[in-house]
Design a binder for this molecule. Structure first.
Ligand SMILES: C[S@@+](CC[C@H](N)C(=O)[O-])C[C@H]1O[C@@H](n2cnc3c(N)ncnc32)[C@H](O)[C@@H]1O
Length: 236
């Protein structure tokens, strides 16, 4: 059973400020985001393979995600967006993050792609995504779902912007029962972040309108990947 977060029901200004403060470090491989840098290439290959499998593409082809409309939620400094754009020629890659500093970095690093209309980066919360209904084939949430203020409604909001049959992929390194759990759980608790087990994650997807749910515990890699397909019918 996924517990609703008691701590907050809307975006926490201090948390946004904390993420914004680190915005200058997104692209610094030796700064506070060093761990994300280390994981990023492996993650991207993993995301590419998962997406290619689900959309029946050949992951070995350079633009294997060609034509897809994708949304990176909690896009940070915009590195994933840049890489996705390379795999999805003729597609549209959007990013959203609630920290204005990160949005600024993300936009400057993707300036050429934004100018050509291939990429769009918006400031906003997952709780109220600044995109129309049924826009995306694929939504990604990499190392961000922990911080969402209202998991149940936020998952439904993501589903709103997915096309019927579109996929949501959540990747999290910290999860109940995970390899890093003992190390990271106390800090995550202090931050008031959610802390889901793989069963919680499955129940969350199923109760918020996703079908065909798959939870993959990548024990060696040290993360969990949860994937669901947006149902055609609405669940509110
Ligand atoms: C740990 S970082 C991960 C960044 C990026 N996805 C990556 O893997 O490199 C978490 C990101 O999620 C964003 N974020 C957290 N809660 C959010 C929310 N409710 N709405 C939008 N963005 C959020 C933060 O501003 C931050 O950029």
């Amino acid at each position: 059973m996924v517990k609703e977060k008691a701590r907050k029901s809307s975006v926490d200004a201090a948390e946004v400020e904390r993420f914004s403060r680190h915005a200058g470090d997104w692209w610094n491989p030796r700064g506070p985001m060093a761990a994300l840098h280390k994981f990023n290439p492996v993650r991207l290959a993993y995301i590419r393979d998962q997406a290619a499998m689900r959309f029946e593409r050949d992951p070995r082809s350079v633009d294997c995600l060609k034509g897809l409309r994708m949304l990176d939620i909690g896009c940070g400094g915009g590195r994933t967006i840049q890489k996705l754009a390379g795999m999805a020629t003729e597609g549209r890659i959007c990013g959203v993050d609630y920290a204005s500093g990160s949005v600024a970095v993300s936009r400057s690093k993707n300036a050429g792609l934004i100018e050509s209309g291939h990429v769009e980066i918006r400031e906003g919360s997952v709780s109220q995504l600044p995109f129309p209904d049924s826009m995306f084939d694929l939504a990604l949430a990499v190392e961000t779902q922990y911080y969402w203020p209202d998991l149940v409604n936020d998952m439904k909001e993501v589903r709103r912007v997915l096309k019927p049959g579109g996929r949501l992929v959540v990747i999290a390194e910290t999860y109940k029962g995970g390899r890093m759990d003992k190390l990271t759980a106390p800090a995550m608790k202090l931050l008031g972040s959610s802390h889901l087990s793989s069963d919680d994650q499955r129940n969350l997807f199923l109760s918020t309108g996703y079908d065909d749910v798959q939870i993959i515990e990548e024990k060696k890699r040290g993360w969990i990947c949860a994937i669901g397909t947006s149902l055609n019918r609405s669940i509110r």
